[in-house]
Design a protein around this ligand. Structure first.
Ligand SMILES: NC(=O)c1ccc[n+]([C@@H]2O[C@H](COP(=O)([O-])OP(=O)(O)OC[C@H]3O[C@@H](n4cnc5c(N)ncnc54)[C@H](O)[C@@H]3O)[C@@H](O)[C@H]2O)c1
Length: 286
C-alpha cells in the first residue's frame, strides 16, 4: 500500500523472508505464521486521517485482521497499539486510565487490543507518536510534518500550541519491540505505555526546537482542533521499571529528517491518508 521502501533493504538478507499477504485473509495469515516463534503485529490502517478516509477498511484491517491473527496464532503476539486509545484524559495517564477512544483509528485499535487480550501469550504496547527517519518515512506524523513544513515551505501554523503530546523516535519503537521479545515471560498479559517523560512536550516546544535548526515563519492559531484531544502527560514507569529506557532525542529526529529532506521528494506514499484514498479509488478494498 505504501510502496516497498521499507522491505527492499532487507531483501538478500539470508535471515529475512518476505511473505506477501493480507491480514484480512486467513490463508495468508496461516502462511505467514509458518516457522515463526513470535509475532510483532504492526499491520494496520494507521492514524485518524487514514481511518477517516476509509472507515470500513480500518475496521476490517485493524479489528477483524487482528481477530484473524489471534484465532490462528499459537505463538506470542506483541501488539503495537496506540496512546490514542485513551482519548481525553485528566491528570497523568497510566495504563490504569480507562480508555475513551474518540476517533475511528483509536476505536478500532482498542477493539483489536481486546482481541489480543484473549490470546494466552501477549504483550500490548500503547505507543507514543513516532517521529524520525525510516526507510519509508511517515511524513504525516506530527514532528515529521512540522519539519517538512519548516524546511520546504518555510512556514508553520500551529493550533492548540499548549497541548502536551508524547513522542518516541522510530528506532526506540523498534528497540522496545526487541525488548518485549527478550522479556516475554515477565511482560506477558500486560499493557505498557511506551515513550519517555522527556518527550512529553507541547506542540509549541516541538515547533521551537525545529526553529533552532531552521529559520521559518512560525504562527500560532486559535482555530483548528486535534480530534484525539490528546493533551496530557503519560506515565512510562511500568515499562521503565522493567529496564526499558528510550535513547533517541527530538534533536536526533529533526537533524536526520533535515538531511533526508535535502533530497527526498514529498511523495504520496509517505502520507498514509493519501494512499488509503488511492487504495479505495483503485477498488482494492476486499
Ligand atoms: N507511528 C506511530 O506514531 C504509531 C503510534 C502508535 C501505534 N502505532 C502502531 O504501530 C503499527 C505500525 O505503525 P506505522 O507507523 O509503522 O504505520 P504504517 O502505516 O507505516 O504501517 C502499517 C503497515 O500495515 C500494513 N497493512 C495495512 N493493511 C494491511 C493488511 N490488510 N494486511 C497486511 N498489512 C497491512 C501497511 O502496508 C503498512 O506496512 C500500527 O499498528 C500502528 O497502529 C504507530
Amino acid at each position: 500500500m505504501y510502496s516497498y521502501n521499507g522491505i527492499l533493504p532487507h531483501i538478500g538478507n539470508p535471515k529475512f523472508t518476505f511473505v506477501k499477504g493480507d491480514i484480512r485473509c486467513k490463508d495468508d495469515v496461516k502462511m505467514a505464521l509458518e516457522n515463526v516463534d513470535v509475532v510483532i503485529h504492526l499491520a494496520a490502517i494507521v492514524g485518524y486521517p487514514a481511518c477517516k478516509a476509509n472507515p470500513k477498511l480500518a475496521e476490517n484491517v485493524n479489528y477483524l485482521g487482528t481477530k484473524n491473527l489471534v484465532e490462528l496464532s499459537r505463538i506470542p503476539i506483541i501488539f503495537a497499539s496506540t496512546g490514542s486509545v485513551y482519548g481525553s484524559v485528566e491528570g497523568l495517564c497510566t495504563e490504569e486510565t480507562p480508555p475513551k477512544p474518540l476517533t475511528e483509528y483509536a476505536m478500532t485499535k482498542l477493539k483489536a487490543e481486546r482481541e489480543v487480550q484473549k490470546h494466552p501469550n501477549h504483550v500490548i504496547y500503547r505507543f507514543s507518536t513516532g517521529f524520525g527517519l525510516s526507510p519509508r518515512p511517515r511524513l504525516d506524523l506530527l514532528v515529521n510534518d512540522f519539519v517538512v513544513r519548516a524546511l520546504k515551505y518555510r512556514e508553520l501554523i500551529v493550533f492548540e500550541k499548549d497541548y502536551i503530546r508524547s513522542f518516541i523516535h522510530v528506532k526506540d519503537m523498534v528497540r522496545s519491540l526487541l525488548f518485549a521479545i527478550e522479556h516475554l515471560d515477565e511482560m506477558n498479559g500486560e499493557i505498557y505505555n511506551v515513550g519517555s517523560e522527556e518527550l512529553c512536550i507541547t506542540k509549541e516546544e516541538v515547533a521551537l526546537k525545529i526553529k533552532e535548526y531552521v529559520d521559518y515563519k512560525l504562527k500560532f492559531a486559535e482555530f483548528g482542533k486535534d480530534p484525539d484531544k490528546r493533551n496530557y502527560k503519560v506515565s512510562f514507569e511500568k515499562i521503565e521499571s522493567l529496564g526499558f529506557k528510550t535513547k533517541y532525542s527530538l534533536d536526533d529526529g529533526i537533524k536526520e529528517l533535515m538531511d533526508a529532506l535535502s533530497f527526498l521528494e514529498l511523495r504520496s506514499c509517505y502520507y498514509n491518508h493519501r494512499c488509503v484514498d488511492d487504495y479505495e479509488r483503485k477498488g482494492s478494498d476486499i
